[in-house]
Design a protein. Structure first.
Length: 242
């Protein structure tokens, strides 16, 4: 299982939102580059970077992301408002390892075939953000009529292999992961699942690992020190998990 610290960037600062709403904002630092370096020092092997400005239509943090890539040597996956091919190409050219796409693919599923002609599908993660099992798009501002499980099955059949599942109701509030839905999705074959939102403690991580979840995005629990990353990595390595 991959343990992946999240760095959410808004106005050049490291932040966490509750339920994805900018008005529910907590600032955890004003230097995303130092934050990235800190997580590497703590033992992270991957980073999850979300460009909230881009997701909300307020510009982007592409220069900051590029600087992070230049400063650190671990794998980086980037998401947040990537809604055209030009942005995808730009990020890959900067050295991003994987691109997280949501709205673009949900609204234009035919683009999956086109992207497959450019990139290995292993470089694409499909973000399925959901509330009451209905997929949300455009920075979580709009709810669709798509059921999250049905969408996952459809895109798996189109060749997408890796999915990021985020429960909007649990985002940033430390209420525990959506075990019921993740258990259901984990039964679907030939996919990799990254769980996000609600992670409170090491026990949540252990539970998700036993379920066969491939990766966990950790945000507020790290920044609020509910989980100490370096200690958690050591514990999981001792147990033969990480």
């Amino acid at each position: 299982m991959d343990l992946i610290p999240s760095i959410d960037i808004l106005n050049g600062q490291v932040v966490r939102l509750k339920y994805g709403k900018p008005e529910n904002l907590t600032i955890y630092g004003n230097d995303p580059i130092k934050t990235a370096q800190y997580w590497v020092e703590q033992g992270a092997k991957k980073l999850h970077i979300v460009d909230l400005d881009n997701a909300l239509g307020n510009g982007d943090n592409i220069e900051l992301i590029h600087e992070i890539i230049k400063r650190i040597k671990i794998k980086i996956q980037v998401g947040g408002g990537i809604r055209d091919k030009e942005k995808i190409f730009e990020l890959f050219n900067l050295g991003v390892n994987k691109i997280i796409l949501g709205t673009l693919i949900i609204k234009h599923p035919e683009i999956v075939t086109e992207l497959k002609s450019y990139f290995n599908t292993k470089k694409i993660i499909l973000a399925l953000d959901y509330e009451n099992q209905q997929v949300k798009i455009e920075g979580w501002k709009n709810k669709t009529n798509y059921n999250v499980v049905e969408q996952l099955r459809n895109f798996r059949n189109m060749g997408v292999k890796e999915f990021l599942l985020t429960s909007v109701e649990r985002d940033g509030v430390l209420t525990g992961p959506d075990i019921k839905l993740l258990s259901k999705i984990r039964k679907i074959n030939d996919i990799e699942i990254i769980a996000s939102a609600g992670i409170r403690n090491v026990d949540d991580i252990l539970t998700l690992n036993k379920m066969g979840i491939n990766g966990v995005i950790i945000g507020r629990a790290l920044y609020d020190k509910k989980i100490i990353f370096s200690e958690t990595i050591k514990k999981l390595e001792k147990d033969g998990i990480s």
